[in-house]
Design a protein around this ligand. Structure first.
Ligand SMILES: CC(C)CC(=O)SCCNC(=O)CCNC(=O)[C@H](O)C(C)(C)COP(=O)(O)OP(=O)(O)OC[C@H]1O[C@@H](n2cnc3c(N)ncnc32)[C@H](O)[C@@H]1OP(=O)(O)O
Ligand SMILES: Nc1ncnc2c1ncn2[C@@H]1O[C@H](COP(=O)(O)OP(=O)(O)OP(=O)(O)O)[C@@H](O)[C@H]1O
Ligand SMILES: O=C(O)CCC(=O)C(=O)O
Ligand SMILES: [Fe+2]
Ligand SMILES: [Mg+2]
Length: 334
């Protein structure tokens, strides 16, 4: 299976697809026109921004790449801020600076370059600016609607692999980490801060998997070790069709939280950088993950909160309530 290009004419040639289930009528020939046919989309909302082709692509594949969405100037600024965070010149409450497991567990005394990602920068305005960029938010709205919360922020600095393949991110569904629903009103924006391809560990996606269920996740059994909380889908089948997303600096992919994705090993000497934010409609509601496949991640988050902050009696949703920030509209449930 190949992801259909968003520039492919809709209705032209393709396989039987999700598309067919989402159209009330499929024409025998010619173009699908939203004026003639009322498409029954469920993963995207009516909006003035996405073309019907782009909507169909997301409905069918669970992701959509928008080229050149963030300016090089903004990206260079985020890069400088990141460097200052690494040098500890800048910090913010709640922000987590994480090292790669291969480095964290070795005797080697690392310099600032050893940082594999910065997470939860919602209180650092110089980076949080990314989450409020109008050109990003206008796309986000097509998935979440007008009341938009940023829920999770990351700047990923995938290190050159130390030889143990720990720079990989196992195949997973982001919804595993999120105790809020509905999934269709959650979206991730992920922007390449430089050219990213297979050599430095690009995103790898399994197109169409967003129509499936949330799966059980565990630590993959990798000889070289796995980073803290990098859970992968259990029994990942490497023969499933996958697409490597080669992206240029500033290109941004929007993807669904049930889409199975991961990233490969960084075989270059450079630190591969991307910045991302997960957004949700503030109309989403929290769920209790007790008795679900998400129990194991809740347990880890609770253990970490106890160890790090000494807080007891929290639930997974408390952690997310603390991280969420209103980006646009009104804060309702989250
Ligand atoms: C959709 C989205 C949510 C998807 C994701 O983001 S999945 C990944 C999520 N991952 C996380 O949220 C983890 C965030 N990271 C952290 O909380 C921290 O960096 C920690 C892993 C807890 C390390 O904390 P830190 O303050 O750096 O503490 P220390 O350097 O003193 O180390 C404390 C113990 O942790 C170990 N450690 C540090 N870095 C890693 C690592 N990368 N992977 C696995 N273990 C690690 C370290 O060896 C030490 O272990 P012990 O000596 O206590 O046994
Ligand atoms: N056992 C596993 N469980 C979960 N995810 C896995 C597993 N093995 C590999 N992956 C993930 O599959 C994706 C592809 O991995 P891989 O290392 O093959 O990267 P790649 O970019 O395809 O490189 P290559 O050029 O070697 O094929 C990555 O996201 C990786 O983390
Ligand atoms: O490697 C990346 O940049 C993506 C990581 C990812 O999917 C995640 O942290 O949820
Ligand atoms: Fe992810
Ligand atoms: Mg491989």
């Amino acid at each position: 299976m190949q992801a259909r290009s968003p520039t492919t004419a809709p209705g032209g040639g393709g396989r039987l697809s999700v598309l067919q289930r989402h159209l009330t009528a499929v024409p025998l020939s010619g173009q699908v026109s939203s004026a003639t046919y009322a498409p029954n989309f469920c993963y995207t909302l009516d909006n003035d921004l996405l073309t019907t082709e782009q909507r169909q692509f997301y409905e069918e594949n669970g992701f959509l790449v928008i080229k050149n969405l963030v300016s090089h100037k903004d990206i260079d600024k985020f890069r400088e801020v990141f460097e200052r965070v690494c040098k500890k010149e800048l910090t913010a409450p709640g922000m987590v600076v994480m090292r790669d497991v291969a480095i964290a567990k070795s005797e080697f005394v690392p310099d600032q370059k050893a940082i594999t990602k910065v997470q939860d920068f919602q209180e650092l305005p110089e980076l949080f600016e990314y989450c409020s960029l109008p050109q990003i938010v206008q796309y986000v709205k097509c998935f979440t609607g007008p009341n938009i919360m940023s829920m999770h922020t990351m700047l990923i600095n995938k290190p050159p692999d130390a030889g143990k393949k720990t720079s990989r991110h196992p195949m997973h569904q982001d919804l595993h980490y999120f105790p809020f629903r509905p999934a269709d009103r959650i979206v991730c924006a992920w922007t390449a801060m430089e050219r990213i391809d297979r050599s430095n560990g690009c995103l790898v996606v399994l197109p169409g998997t967003h129509t499936g269920e949330l799966k059980q996740h565990d630590y993959p059994e990798w000889e070289g070790g796995v980073n803290k909380m990098y859970h992968g889908v259990r029994d990942y089948d490497p023969s499933l069709p996958r697409v490597h997303l080669t992206m240029e600096k500033g290109d941004t992919v929007f993807f669904h939280p049930i889409l199975i994705h991961g990233s490969g090993m960084n075989r270059t000497a450079g630190f591969r950088k991307a910045i991302s934010c997960h957004y949700a409609s503030s109309d989403c509601y929290y769920i209790d993950v007790k008795g679900t496949t998400q129990e194991n991640i809740e347990k880890e988050v609770i253990e970490l909160a106890l160890k790090r902050y000494g807080v007891e009696e929290i639930l997974l949703k408390d952690a997310w309530m603390a991280k969420g920030r209103l980006v646009q509209g009104e804060r309702i449930n989250l």
